[in-house]
Design a protein around this ligand. Sequence first.
Ligand code: FMN
Length: 194
Amino acid sequence: MARPTLLVFAGSTRRDSLNKKLALVAADAARAAGAEVTYLDLRELPMPLYDGDLEAAEGIPPNAKRFKELMLAHRGLLIASPEYNSSISGVLKNAIDWASRAEPGERPLACFQDKVCGLLSASPGALGGLRGLVTLRSILGNLQVLVVPEQLAVGKAHEAFTAEGALVDAKQQATVERIARRVADLVARLAPAT
Ligand SMILES: Cc1cc2nc3c(=O)[nH]c(=O)nc-3n(C[C@H](O)[C@H](O)[C@H](O)COP(=O)(O)O)c2cc1C
């Protein structure tokens, strides 16, 4: 069986992002589960805000194309999503919006269809960004992504990581590992999209 390929990223560009820390923990867990993992820092792919006039004049911007290519090259996703005002960050929504735009001749939603995705979030607040995950699950489901039922919202996340970036709580670590394993296993079992 081919090794599952997973793209892992956070919906935050912030240097000290708690969600980037969580995404890195998830990336390690996915590697331990046997997946071939690419960790992406969205700060490296700055994209303009989606604008239909810009798209009509210049097409999909280069970094949005690169993001789409990365999505297409992987069969599974692990996303650590900050919660902004009970929803997802503008950075993440904007990346999803650009990625949902088809190039001429491209199958609609090509980089979402038949993907398997695990969701995580981290917030200094008590709920850990849980409400944002409700929105993200809905968006991705509508884009034909298979989102696994398990998820993890890390509350009080400013206290949740060691200086080395490991999760302090063994139960949270076990949940990240379970989510990563579930996504990797499902990707390995599902036939590639046609
Ligand atoms: C505009 C804005 C809105 C926010 N809204 C929420 C919220 O609704 N719920 C929450 O738990 N935290 C909220 N926060 C706090 C974020 O969870 C916190 O800044 C977190 O560290 C962001 O993720 P990051 O560390 O990965 O960048 C908000 C922060 C910003 C900047």
